[in-house]
Write a protein that binds this ligand. Structure first.
Ligand SMILES: [Zn+2]
Length: 478
């Protein structure tokens, strides 16, 4: 912890600031979880008691059977066909749901994590290493800020917990357990899989909790299990987060991360932050409503702007349609998803701009589903439009942007658009070097893909017809 120090951030309470100048991509600190639990995805919200299941670890980087896509399969013995199928579908759903919130505050198995936190505190007290800045029980709990409804729910949770916890162990007061539950609720950090696409658990990282929120942060958090194999890292290694600098940071500058997806209007972000983290966001992007205009923009086709009323109508239609899309997606009815997406895009045409959030959400779903159904050319067109929109809205080093560009690159590659594919893969690689670092499993996947597409592009430029013949032969073999 020699790059960051605790300081009084005024109205925001405690915060972290840089003790020296930091460069883009620097790891400010790495931290193992104080406690963590892993979800069982097949019974959502409950905990796997047996070791991590291998189907969690399927590769999702490449949606079809290219060389690269298969490379992690070898690490995965005993995955039955049935399981693979289920996983594939679930992965797709996770991919489509897209915009990840790094911090979660609902649906977490509070009592399991609370039990582990308490156990850890008995064993080691609230401080586990010299570099830990505050004891776990000194973290914010926001119990005082909770609504009547939330307090009622908390009371029930605490009551249930105490009943289960009391056997042969030290008794705790209701207030103390409420405090621990509040801490987990406000500070629990979602653990995602090696590919960073699915929430697989939740952990408590005491130093990370001290970083305040900004909707346009200068840092990003990534779970990094280093270069161990996916299987062993999930089974055995400690889950470790890294706080990484998204840009150059001056000495003394506050270090911030985003608790919510920046792809929301400022009012919606503020509402979410208020509801889940109990504060009013007054960051620059919120107070100046930066990008709100783009995220709700009307199309500008040949100078003829649609009327405000039309935009309002189509936005309302899109929101309704997105709910239906979500429902069909959960049911696994992808033909219906495609039908709805096309219908929605048709309505949006010439009315909503490509940076409008409703349009981006549809583009994201339609490109993923088409890619999953191996309709790569059409998927690539939509993915490109999505990436163009994202690029105007996201910070250039945003991790979600990097992941979206990576998926668009792979889709172009599979569509035989090797030049565009390679370009996107290189671009994604550049972002992930900052957000994930060179040793992260996804960055390594990307590096392999970059080498492969570079070679293919060379072949393509030498002799297009030879390249196409080889490509066709390779695709037939699969
Ligand atoms: Zn904000």
């Amino acid at each position: 912890m020699d790059s960051a120090v605790l300081f009084d951030a005024g109205k925001k309470g405690r915060g972290l600031r840089a003790t020296k100048e930091l460069n883009t991509g620097d790891v400010i600190f790495a931290e193992p979880s104080f406690s963590a639990v892993v979800f069982d995805r097949h019974r959502s919200g409950s905990i796997v008691s047996e070791p991590y299941k291998s189907e969690e670890l399927q590769n999702v980087g490449s949606p079809n059977g290219s060389n690269t896509a298969g490379m992690h399969q070898e690490d995965l013995p005993n995955v039955s066909q049935e399981l693979s199928k289920t996983t594939e579908r679930e992965e797709l759903q996770d991919l489509i749901s897209g915009h990840t919130n790094w911090f979660i505050s609902i649906h977490i198995p509070l009592s399991s994590l609370a039990a582990r936190v308490l156990w850890r505190m008995h064993k080691d007290t609230g401080i586990v290493s010299d570099s830990q800045l505050v004891s776990v029980d000194q973290l914010e709990d926001h119990v005082a800020d909770m609504s009547q409804e939330e307090l009622k729910k908390l009371q029930t949770d605490v009551h249930n917990f105490l009943e289960y916890w009391s056997y042969g162990r030290k008794q705790h007061s209701v207030d103390y357990i409420s405090h621990i539950f509040g801490i987990i609720k406000c500070n629990g950090f979602t653990l995602s899989d090696q590919r960073g696409l699915q929430a697989v658990g939740v952990g408590l990282f005491p130093n990370l909790c001290l970083a305040n929120h900004d909707c346009w942060p200068n840092c990003t958090v990534i779970l990094n299990n280093g270069n161990q194999s996916a299987l062993s890292s999930a089974l055995h290694s400690q889950r470790r987060i890294e706080l990484r600098a998204l840009r150059k940071i001056a000495e003394g500058e506050e270090l911030t991360v985003s608790y919510v997806d920046s792809l929301n209007l400022s009012a919606d972000r503020q509402k979410k932050l208020k509801e889940h983290f109990y504060f009013e966001c007054t960051c620059e992007h919120c107070s100046k409503h930066i990008n709100d205009d783009l995220m709700a923009a009307a199309a500008d086709s040949e100078g003829a702007k649609p009327s405000a009323d039309t935009v309002k109508q189509v936005t309302a239609f899109s929101e309704e349609c997105l709910q239906k899309i979500e429902k069909s997606r959960i049911e696994g009815n992808y033909h219906e998803v495609l039908k709805l997406c096309h219908e929605c895009l048709e309505k949006q045409e010439n009315v909503l701009a490509d940076t409008h959030l409703c349009k981006l959400r549809v583009l994201s779903v339609v490109s993923e589903v088409l890619s999953y159904m191996k309709v790569f050319s059409e998927a690539a067109d939509y993915a490109r439009r999505m990436v163009e929109g994202y690029t105007k809205l996201y910070h250039p080093n945003n991790a979600q942007l990097g992941m979206a560009i990576m998926r668009a690159g792979v889709t172009h590659w599979h569509a035989g658009q090797i030049e565009a594919g390679h370009g996107l893969i290189c671009k994604a690689y550049g972002i992930l070097l900052v957000t994930h670092g060179p040793n992260h499993a996804i960055t390594k996947d990307l590096e392999t893909m970059r080498t492969q597409t570079e070679m293919e592009l060379k072949m393509f430029k030498q002799d297009e017809s030879v390249y196409m013949t080889m490509r066709d032969a390779a695709l037939k073999k699969q």
